[in-house]
Write a protein that binds this ligand. Structure first.
Ligand SMILES: *Cc1c(COP(=O)(O)O)cnc(C)c1O
Length: 459
């Protein structure tokens, strides 16, 4: 498998290099040069075995199936459920795909537990070290820290927007006291943090100086690992017949993985993009205009974004993989904060994608409604997906699988406000609030942050 950049100006790479590069040198995102057909999966296989088989084409020839299979097995052994990503019916034809059984109780563990191991393997094989810099709106940070902590080949610096992540989210990041873990509360929004990370990557001298690398959702390996559960859940629920998915969406990495599953052979009839009131994507699906506005803080903070980076991968497909057109469009979007994709092009997207935006009141109402009807307690992100599914479902005879992206105990205040029940943290996190925190407060200024990174890392 070879990988190409969506902007067409970066070198064509194999998996190992794509993994470590994160973003392409031309500012684009790496995608496979061709979509492979899914291999047939053995009956009775475990999640890890299916994951190994499904991802094998993407990691070849960088990684052999034995070495890769061991890493996959180790990654998913950290999960607290034997099915890893279990699926259960909560209402008539409505399913929850639970993606929160990993160490940080949110779906980003599914990709990052594997990606941390892949990084360590690849760097150790090369005799190299890397610095991971991550911008987080909450969940990526702790999941990336759990993926990197104590690994000899890595330093990790995590930028979170000060005061804009939940207490549980912050403590999951700042109570990890490993010498290779560095947390920064940045004065600004998540998009400011993300822009700072992008600016660090754009500074080629700095980038090579600290051997910068990214585990953000732009990293292809993350998308790849997320494709797996769309395939396994469709088999469980649909047994070969079409299924629909509803996905609480921020950076578009998760739902894009659903598109890849469909593109490579899984029968998926509909992908519902659920957004909170940061609704750039659902407005785009409705109007064909992708236009950024300010970020509004919501009770589903992991989706408080202004720009959905992974949408570039879908736009690349929309422009028939023409990197010149795409690069033009992305430049236009960057300059004007707005880009129009046109009716006929949009039709190829809306053939499978629908969108629904759910504000905080409707999110709380959905937490209540789901609890009243089914007895199940969902977190606010999951509730956005469930409400979007109810609003945008096309065919009641097709099973609808809602992605449960976080454990409700990760957002106890919002859940308690909705149903008067304060969900408890699972046993491995029960003493989280007794653990000591450490992090640095810094302004959202590039030079300051670059100096900080240089000072903190092991060379
Ligand atoms: C990151 C995250 C999302 C959004 O996923 P994207 O891949 O960014 O679209 C949704 N819910 C939770 C709980 C998350 O952590």
């Amino acid at each position: 498998m070879k990988y190409i950049s969506t902007r067409g100006e970066a070198p064509v790479l194999e998996f190992g290099d794509v993994l470590l590069a994160g973003m392409a040198t031309d500012g684009g995102l790496y995608v496979p040069d061709e979509w492979p057909a899914q291999p047939s999966l053995p009956v009775g296989a475990t999640y890890a075995e299916m994951a190994t088989a499904l991802m094998a084409p993407y990691v070849s020839p960088s990684l052999g199936e034995d070495v890769f299979g061991t890493m996959v097995a180790e990654a998913y052994a950290t999960f607290g459920h034997p099915d890893v990503c279990p699926v259960r019916e909560i209402d008539d034809g409505l399913f929850l795909l639970e993606l929160f059984w990993g160490p940080t109780i949110a779906f980003k563990d599914v990709a990052l537990q594997l990606v941390g191991r892949l990084f360590d393997h690849e760097l150790t094989a090369r005799g190299e070290r890397a610095t991971i810099v991550v911008a987080t709106s909450g969940d990526t940070g702790s999941a990336a820290i759990e993926a990197c902590r104590g690994r000899a080949s890595l330093d990790i610096v995590v930028l979170h927007p000060a005061g804009r992540v939940s207490d549980v989210q912050r403590k999951q990041m700042t109570t990890v006291h490993e010498p290779n873990v560095h947390n920064v509360a940045v004065d600004g929004t998540f998009d400011d943090c993300q822009d700072l990370v992008k600016a660090m990557f754009a500074d080629t001298a700095f980038r090579s100086d600290v051997r910068l690398s990214a585990m953000n959702s732009i990293n292809w390996a993350r998308v790849m690992a997320q494709v797996v559960y769309y395939v396994t859940a469709a088999r469980t629920v649909g047994a070969g017949d079409p299924v629909a998915y509803s996905v609480p969406t921020g950076n578009f990495g998760n739902v894009f993985a659903g598109w890849v599953a469909r593109r490579t052979g899984t029968p998926i009839s509909q992908l519902v993009v659920g957004s909170n009131s940061n609704d750039i994507l659902t407005r785009w699906l409705a109007t064909g205009v992708m236009e950024q506005t300010g970020v509004h803080p919501t009770i589903s903070p992991s989706m408080d974004i202004q720009v959905s980076s992974n949408a570039e991968r879908l736009l690349f497909e929309l422009y028939e993989r023409n990197p010149l057109v795409l690069a033009d469009r992305m430049t236009e979007f960057r300059a004007e904060g707005r880009v129009e994709t046109g009716d006929t092009r949009l039709a190829t997207v809306t053939e499978v994608f629908d969108g629904a935006s759910v504000d905080d009141d409707a999110t709380r109402a959905e937490i209540r409604r789901t609890h009243d009807r089914t007895g199940v307690v969902v977190d606010p992100h999951t509730a956005v997906g469930v409400a979007a599914a109810r609003a945008a479902r096309r065919d009641r005879d097709v099973p609808m699988v809602c992605l449960a992206t976080a454990h409700p105990a990760k957002f106890p205040d919002a859940v308690e406000a909705a149903i008067g029940i304060r969900p408890e943290l699972p046993a491995h996190l029960a003493d989280l609030f007794d653990r000591e925190e450490s992090y640095d407060n810094l302004p959202g200024d590039l030079a300051t942050l670059q100096a900080y990174v240089k000072a903190k890392i092991t060379s």
